[in-house]
Design a binder for this molecule. Structure first.
Ligand code: SAH
Length: 258
């Protein structure tokens, strides 16, 4: 018995064992014991995680997949969470312990998976997984690149992001329409920002809402003083600013509005 893929759940089952193993092997497993796999499906990746010296938990929304896992991975049975990752309170399982996140993610919610990870970054030292290639590249891209944006800046403020490898549609059942890409995030040693973090998120999101405009224009809603807006940084477009420049910009704004 296998699980019949459900499109509305973003189910594309990986059929290439060596790619599953490469993804599982990408985690360093340093400094934590627990790993959470999001969307295990029929467990192609789970199988390799279970061979490691780690405590693997999985969270899966699809009852049919959960039944499959329960029947085929007996030693996993009490660590299967049958829930929606986006809605589930992970502290119920991990309390305040650190854990890594891994998965061949459902692409329809991949940005939301990343945002939830950023929110929980104090507990998540490592994150590895498969996204649509285009999204994975965007997360890892640097200033000056056309695809540099909100996901890149917010992620790289807290994590070092590395694009690992590309995966073609042919190794999935059913095949997705696009290439996939695997990336690895390693939390920075110092992941607390020297500026107001809420304001940082707001500045980055607002700045990129109009990526063709200068920051002077796109950040109008902050009602900044003329003397601050005379600073040359406001003459730049958001895609030109590095992560540390966004942090510096937030500090300037913070001083100006307080
Ligand atoms: N890891 C498996 C399956 C990938 S497909 C493999 O590589 O073969 C994505 C999986 O995510 C599916 O099993 C789907 O049911 C699950 N999923 C989709 N939305 C989810 C959510 N909100 N929370 C948890 N799992 C979800």
């Amino acid at each position: 018995m296998t699980v019949k893929a459900k499109k509305y759940l973003g189910q594309h089952f990986l059929t290439d064992e060596s790619i599953a193993q490469d993804i599982a092997d990408s985690l360093s497993l340093e400094g934590y014991k627990d790993v959470l796999e999001i969307g295990p499906g029929m467990g192609v990746l789970t199988k390799y995680l279970l061979k490691k010296d780690t405590k693997t938990h999985v969270i899966e929304i699809d009852t049919e997949s959960v039944d499959y896992l329960k029947n085929n991975y007996l030693n996993l049975a009490d660590r299967i969470i049958e829930k929606d990752f986006l809605k589930y309170d992970l502290n119920l399982v991990f309390k305040d312990k650190p854990f890594a996140i891994i998965g061949n993610f459902p692409y329809n919610i991949s940005s939301q998976i990343l945002f939830k990870t950023l929110e929980m970054r104090a507990q998540i030292p490592e994150f590895s997984g498969m996204f649509q290639k285009e999204v994975a590249l965007r997360i890892c891209s640097k200033e000056g690149s056309k695809v540099y944006g909100i996901l890149s800046v917010l992620t790289q403020a807290f994590y070092d992001a590395e694009y690992l490898f590309t995966v073609p549609p042919t190794v999935f059942n059913p095949p997705p329409k696009v290439d996939s890409g695997v990336l690895l995030l390693k939390r920075k040693e110092n992941y607390s920002l020297p500026c107001d973090e809420k304001l940082f998120f707001k500045v980055v999101k607002t700045g990129f809402q109009q990526r063709r405009k200068t920051l002077r224009n796109s950040l109008k809603t902050f009602n900044l003083s003329d003397s601050l807006k005379a600073n040359t940084i406001f003459g730049q477009r958001p895609e030109q600013l590095s992560v540390s420049q966004f942090i510096a910009l937030t500090s300037l704004i913070e001083n100006d509005i307080n």
